[in-house]
Design a protein around this ligand. Sequence first.
Ligand code: SF4
Length: 396
Amino acid sequence: MESGTFAEPKPSPLALLLLGKNADPDSETGVECPGDLPPASDPNLVERVRTARAILGDRLYILGHHYQRDEVIQFADTTGDSYKLSQQAAAHPEAEFIVFCGVHFMAESADILTSDSQQVLLPDLAAGCSMADMAAIHQVEDAWDVFEAAGIAKSVIPITYMNSSASIKAFTGRHGGAVCTSSNAKRALEWAFAQGEQVFFLPDQHLGRNTAIRDLGMTRDDCVVFDPHKPGGGLSEEQLRDARMILWRGHCSVHGRFTADSVRDVRDRVPGVRVIVHPECTHEVVSLADEVGSTEYIINAIAAAPAGSKWAVGTELNLVRRLAIEHPDQEIVYLEKAVCFCSTMNRIDLPHLAWTLENLVNGIVVNRITVEPEEARWARVALDRMLALPGLAPRD
Ligand code: SF4
């Protein structure tokens, strides 16, 4: 690390948080972040990351989510979706340091799934997930109280999407539920309906609704939306009792931007195009698409398509741009004309990666993500229930 000291005057706590150099006292614990970020314009940044990585050798394993910037993804030992990356972290016990180029809930999951001797680092603490942040544990506990009052708690099975905080996963484990991914949501719902009569789906209402309607043959009327900002979730006890799916009012700020007009417009602009979207998109968009699937599904579908294929892809823009570069023999366009990156995922950049690695070289662990043991234990219960789902392939 060059010189390794903060310049004066000291930035405000908010500025430090935004730079990822300090802890958010409300959501992080015990994070010391000495050192200084290299400037974004530093022409030697790539070389500096390479050097730090070479020094750390097998002690370091870098995970890169599919939605990361190219400048970061080039250094990833493995790329993938959030669950695959956590599995990969656990599959490399020799790595003392797991640097997770993703967002906060992913680093938490990696910490839950890795051994105590491994430390998980998130290069920028401000890299959160707007969807995961839409379900705070106190809101979810309050919702459960509403279910108790309505007399339905005993028949409700919680299912939480991987994109949720460790505390929500732990809540799910404590209340007999399981985690799911966008690949195995159907199996998770089938399992849940074998355990109880109703499902409480968190935090993405769209994945819950799309799976219930497309894969389980339900109707929109079988689903109600629990709004944590309204008394009783904005639902009567009768509505709660009659619903089969109680959907948390959360969504992804990236996938939620695609509209039915985006689909119609791209069909006009690109004749013969196939529209492929992620199930975090709204039900209207999913209903109009030709194919629907997880990030890995989208990658594999395009990889398997013949030359000359035309695709409009409804997922995060970094991935879509990379797919277009990797498949020059196909026409791959973005479903929405307006630029649509995941802004929190994009907080992980080369300066933050260099800063993190160079601190490790100097023996300083910055931005470590840890999950409190009792919370990790219950979150693990919910994750293990997912892994035990009948008929699940290893990558589902
Ligand atoms: S793309 Fe959506 S769900 Fe994924 S990290 Fe960004 S905000 Fe969260």
